[in-house]
Design a protein. Sequence first.
Length: 298
Amino acid sequence: MFNPSRGQPEIQWREGVSEKTAIPVGKYLELEAGRKLHYHEAGTRSAAKPTILFLHGSGPGASGYSNFKGNMPAVAGAGFHALVPDYLGYGLSSKPEDLEYSTDLHVAAIKALLDSLGITKVVPVGNSLGGAIALQFTLTYPDMVPKLVLMAPGGLQEPQEYAFTMAGVLRMMQFISTRPYELDGFKDLLAHLVHDPRHVTDEAVAERWPVALEQPMGVYATMKVGVYADRLGEIKCPVLAFWGSHDKFLPVAHAQILLERVPQAKVIISNQCGHWVMIEDRDYFNSEILAFLARDVA
């Protein structure tokens, strides 16, 4: 097992998977050009209930497992099927140098995964970049999405209008621009994602640090995220959103955009959290998600 206190590990590969990461190996879908999309599942698929599709953020070293390992068991325990993919360029998925890492790419890969599993109904649960992907997926395939959950989603405003005022975004840009990466700088970046630094555990570092070392610069240099504010009125399904008032990446003021433009939206704002509500206030987040899933669609 990788010990983060020892610094930068020598990466060894086994079928595209680092042997040093603390992320458990799940399953793979082979995409075009030999690329592999890694994912975890929990619970049992049912025609009577939608799959809960957890969509992670874009921070260096991110993966579906590291973002949602504390949430998918609660969903599965309530009788839902949980599906937790790693996007191309993240987690244990393939990380090719020659891709444009856009939300178009990620939505297409996720749709291919759902098709391969025969899944026709999903409730996306998207954080940050995952929120933008969830919005684009919902707008592209509205009949597949009976409900939507967002956590400080991207895609609500052009980045140049807010990004350079957000301390977390500036710290991430600084970190990404410095290679080789340093472990202390990585820990400091993770600390910007939370309100309470106790959530930056050795376990969290061990899951993310080896992945960050594997990621090509193109994951960030070619990242393209759509802006969906003008189309939010097209989202007819109920939407539940979460924000931490201490978020240093996506301003809590964006919550007002959702409230004003989405026909059926509810926003929960916590003064106990930063960018990771699902980690920092896990039990409350899980209970609100399950209550939202249990309510009848109007």
